[in-house]
Write a protein that binds this ligand. Structure first.
Ligand SMILES: [Fe+2]
Ligand SMILES: [Fe+2]
Length: 200
């Protein structure tokens, strides 16, 4: 995994520097998950003719902000005038949508294709790009994931990215309902869009 870099996305962006920063700020559990999502996202992009480097960098950074303090997210929502509705939710939603702004601030990465994939990895979106889909699905099926339905998710990912996205949204909505958790409205928009495509 050391024979590539992300200079094509930002001049001077050294993967090793990002890794050492993430290693210092994330738990081992989260850090190794991010490495697996990077690899899985790159693999999906290669298989489905996507942008391998953008999918890989977004996969690596998708949970970059997940262990930041709640107050940092609240401050960023206000500072960047993001949807105030976000204040009614929590880290599970913030680390993607708001995490992208923190990544801009802390790493100076402004590539919108990479940032959008990070923003969308928690709730999806209608009309996701190929890079978005690779990261969304890569996060769900990375090799250490183990939950009821994972085999089906992996099978769908071999059939088509769209079917895997639809399955993941269905699985996530079901899970949140089962746990009596509130659901961020954009999740329903994503769910409706991808289920209506009829890939499942
Ligand atoms: Fe995440
Ligand atoms: Fe993740």
């Amino acid at each position: 995994m050391t024979d590539f870099n992300y200079n094509c996305i930002k001049q001077g962006l050294n993967r090793e520097d990002i890794l050492s920063r993430m290693h210092d700020t994330l738990s081992d559990f989260r850090y190794t998950h991010c490495l697996r999502v990077e690899k899985t996202s790159r693999g999906l992009a290669a298989e489905y003719d996507g942008d391998v480097d953008r999918a890989g960098l977004a996969g690596l950074l998708h949970d970059y902000a997940k262990e930041h303090d709640d107050q940092e997210f609240i401050d960023a929502i206000k500072k960047y005038h993001l949807d105030p509705e976000l204040l009614n939710y929590n880290n599970a939603i913030w680390h993607g949508i708001v995490g992208a702004e923190i990544i801009k601030d802390e790493l100076g990465i402004y590539d919108e294709d990479v940032l959008n994939a990070i923003r969308r990895h928690t709730v999806g979106a209608a009309n996701m790009t190929q890079v978005d889909k690779c990261v969304f699905v890569g996060d769900f099926i990375e090799p250490k994931r183990d939950f009821p339905g994972i085999e089906q998710a992996r099978l769908y990912s071999e059939k088509s990215l769209d079917s895997a996205v639809a399955y993941e949204l269905k699985h996530s909505v079901q899970h949140l309902v089962d746990k009596n958790r509130t659901i961020y409205p954009a999740t329903f928009v994503s769910y409706n869009y991808w289920i209506a495509k009829g890939e499942l």
